[in-house]
Write a protein that binds this ligand. Structure first.
Ligand code: MG
Ligand code: ZN
Length: 367
C-alpha cells in the first residue's frame, strides 16, 4: 500500500509543477554582451543567400555563425511585410502596419533600440547603402506614420543621439520642400560634424572627441555596387573604429545591406548576387572584430524576401539561372544568424518582433 502511494505521488508531482507557474526551471544564464551589431540584409531570403554563396566559390561568412534561427516576417496588416514594418519590428518589438516608421498600429511612437540604448549610455551607429531616411535605418531613430515622409523623418536625426551615421539622402536635410529648415545646420548645432563620405579625404574622426559624425553618400539614393558604390566597407570600418574608441558602456550598431532588396524588385539576379556578396564581406569584418573582442553579439537577418527569387534547374555554381514570382516582397520565413555572448537565444523559430526582445534579454542585469 505504501509502495502504491509513493508511486502515485511520484506520478502526480509533475502535474503540480506544470499547473503551478511559480515552479519553473531557472532560465539558463545568458552571458551579457558589451556591444551589439545588428546587420539587416534587406530582401535577403534563403535564395539570395544561396545564390550569393554559390556565386562566391561556395562560401560565405554566414557559414561562420554557430546559431541559426528563423523568424516570421509578417506585418500586423499584411502577411507580406514591407521594410518599414519589418524594421520597426526589430527596432521596437511591435507588429505594425506596412509603411509605419517607429510607430505602432495606432500610429503611436514606440521606443527604438537606439533610443533605449542611448538612454543607457551606449554609443550608437547606423550605416546603410540607401538613404538614412529610407525605411530600414529610419525605423531605428524616427517616428512617422509613413515611410514616404522622408523630410519629416530627417528632422528626427539631430536629437536622436545617434553618434555616427553613414548613408544617402542629403537632399531631405538641406533641399527641403515642406519647410525651409536646414537639418544639416541643426545636426551641427547638436554637435555633429557632417561631411560627404570620401574615404580618401575623411576628417579626423575619434570616438574620444565628444563629437558626433554624419556622412552623406548621395543626395538621394546611393548607386549600386555594380554602378560604382565604394563606401560600404570603409564606412563600416570607420564606424567600428569610432564606436570602439572610449567605449566605456558598449555600443549598438545597425548596418543595412539595403540594395539586395532592390535587386529583387528589379528581378536582376546579378544585382542581388553582387549586393549579397558585398554584404557578406561586411559581415566577415564584423565577425573578425567580434571574434577578437569576445564581447560583441552579432545578429544578421533580413526583413523579408524580395522577388520570390528561385535558382532554377540548369543552374551551376558558375551560372545561376534565376526565376522570380513577383517584383514585390514575399512572406517566407527568414533566417537569423547569431554569434557571440547571448547568441544562443536566437535559435528556433520566432516572430520578427522577438529579435528586439531577445537583444534586450541578453542585456538584462545579472547576465
Ligand atoms: Mg531597407
Ligand atoms: Zn523592398
Amino acid at each position: 500500500m505504501l509502495f502504491l502511494v509513493t508511486v502515485c505521488m511520484a506520478f502526480a508531482a509533475p502535474s503540480f509543477s506544470v499547473s503551478d507557474t511559480s515552479i519553473v526551471a531557472d532560465p539558463i544564464p545568458v552571458k551579457k554582451p558589451k556591444n551589439i551589431v545588428l546587420l539587416i540584409g534587406d530582401g535577403m531570403g534563403l535564395t539570395q543567400i544561396s545564390a550569393g554563396l554559390y556565386s562566391n566559390n561556395n562560401h560565405l561568412n554566414l557559414e561562420r555563425f554557430p546559431v541559426i534561427g528563423l523568424h516570421k516576417s509578417y506585418a500586423w496588416d499584411d502577411l507580406v511585410t514591407d521594410s518599414a514594418a519589418g524594421a520597426t519590428a526589430f527596432a521596437s518589438g511591435v507588429k505594425t502596419y506596412n509603411a509605419a516608421i517607429g510607430v505602432d498600429k495606432d500610429t503611436m511612437a514606440v521606443p527604438t533600440l537606439v533610443e533605449i540604448l542611448e538612454g543607457r549610455g551606449y554609443k550608437t551607429g547606423i550605416v546603410a547603402t540607401c538613404s538614412v531616411t529610407h525605411a530600414t535605418p529610419a525605423s531605428f531613430f524616427a517616428h512617422a506614420a509613413s515611410r514616404r515622409l522622408y523630410e519629416e523623418i530627417a528632422t528626427f536625426l539631430p536629437k536622436s543621439g545617434v553618434d555616427i551615421f553613414v548613408g544617402g539622402g542629403k537632399k531631405y536635410f538641406n533641399q527641403r520642400t515642406i519647410d525651409n529648415r536646414n537639418i544639416i545646420a541643426e545636426l551641427e548645432a547638436e554637435g555633429y560634424t557632417v561631411n560627404d563620405f570620401d574615404a580618401a579625404n575623411l576628417p579626423e574622426i575619434s570616438g574620444t572627441s565628444g563629437k558626433k559624425f554624419g556622412f552623406f553618400t548621395a543626395d538621394e539614393e546611393p548607386v549600386s555596387l555594380l554602378n560604382g558604390r565604394d563606401y560600404f566597407i570603409p564606412a563600416v570600418e570607420i564606424t567600428h573604429q569610432f564606436l570602439t574608441e572610449a567605449n566605456e558602456n558598449g555600443y549598438f550598431l545597425m548596418i543595412e545591406g539595403s540594395q539586395i532588396d532592390w535587386g529583387g524588385h528589379a528581378n536582376e539576379s546579378d544585382y542581388i548576387i553582387s549586393e549579397m556578396i558585398e554584404f557578406d564581406q561586411v559581415i566577415g569584418k564584423v565577425l573578425d572584430w567580434a571574434e577578437k573582442d569576445g564581447e560583441t553579439l552579432v545578429v544578421v537577418t533580413a526583413d523579408h524576401e524580395t522577388g520570390g527569387y528561385a535558382i532554377n534547374p540548369g543552374s551551376t555554381m558558375e551560372k545561376i539561372i534565376p526565376a522570380f514570382t513577383t517584383k514585390s516582397h514575399t512572406a517566407a520565413l527568414i533566417p537569423v544568424f547569431a554569434y557571440g555572448p547571448g547568441a544562443e537565444l536566437f535559435s528556433g523559430i520566432f516572430e520578427n518582433t522577438a529579435i528586439f526582445h531577445k537583444i534586450l534579454e541578453t542585456l538584462k542585469d545579472g547576465n
